[in-house]
Design a protein around this ligand. Structure first.
Ligand code: 8X3
Length: 250
């Protein structure tokens, strides 16, 4: 039987690359995101080979998340793989100058949103005694850097949630994979810098950054590994990066 993967944050970056990759792998997909036109674009791109269902919601909105996931048609309810890819950085500021709205956005999306989506999907995995949850953390979850206290805190929370999920769900046959990427050239920095494209581009200049496809390739490896194998926790850096704040640029 074809497996079903649900991907949040599927309209851009790692989520989108993962949708394309898992479609190549033959997964039917539930693609989730905030932007209806982007969801349609992606649907048109991948629906030639596999079945696609779209859900439009903001992970920060608990009501929307619950209503949309609970109202999935029966044939879409048995989700085998959940990829929690939705998440963003908002601002890069010292703790004394940081904007509380940005803090709320990061905690609400990266932490609470991930929990809302997971909570709506885990019960059927427990019942069926199988499933795989991929949580997109960050190297920011491994090591705090200056100006990033709250973003790093939100990703440290993802690390703790991945560990906790593994402790609680392994007994039910569910695998948890935590992935911590370093600098990946996506819309990430543009969102962090609130649309300042020039500043965002500078982040990825002078070295060969990771691409969203590199992370998607790894997710594909993790979900297609033999059933006996759990890839528990992986950090992925670009070759030129050695720590969150250390990148060797030409
Ligand atoms: C993205 C990587 O180093 O900008 O999570 O925090 S970093």
């Amino acid at each position: 039987m074809t497996k079903i993967a649900l991907i949040t944050g599927a309209t851009s970056g790692i989520g989108k690359a993962t949708a394309i990759k898992l479609a190549e792998n033959g997964y039917d997909l539930i693609i989730c995101g905030r932007r209806a036109e982007k969801l349609e674009e992606l649907k048109n791109l991948v629906s030639k080979t596999v079945k696609i269902h779209t859900l439009q919601f903001d992970v920060r909105n608990r009501n929307e998340v619950e209503t949309q996931i609970n109202s999935l048609p029966n044939e879409w309810k048995n989700i085998d793989v959940l990829v929690n890819s939705a998440g963003n950085a908002h601002g890069l500021s010292t703790i004394d100058t940081g904007d509380i709205e940005d803090w709320d956005a990061m905690i609400d999306g990266n932490v609470k949103g991930l929990l809302y989506v997971s909570k709506a999907i885990i019960p059927q995995m427990v019942e069926r005694k199988k499933g795989h949850i991929i949580n997109l953390s960050s190297v920011a979850g491994k090591q705090t850097y200056a100006n990033g206290a709250v973003y790093c805190a939100s990703k440290k929370a993802v690390e703790a949630i991945s560990e906790g999920m593994r402790l609680d769900l392994t007994q039910h046959g569910i695998k948890i994979t935590n992935i911590a990427p370093g600098a990946v050239a996506t819309e990430f920095s543009e969102v962090r810098f609130k649309g300042d494209k020039e500043r965002a581009q500078k982040v990825y200049e002078g070295f060969d950054p990771l691409l969203a496809e590199d992370i998607a390739d790894f997710i594909s490896y993790a979900v297609n590994a033999p059933n006996r194998v759990t890839i528990a926790d992986v950090t992925i850096y670009a070759k030129a990066q050695s720590a969150p704040s250390i990148i060797y640029k030409k």
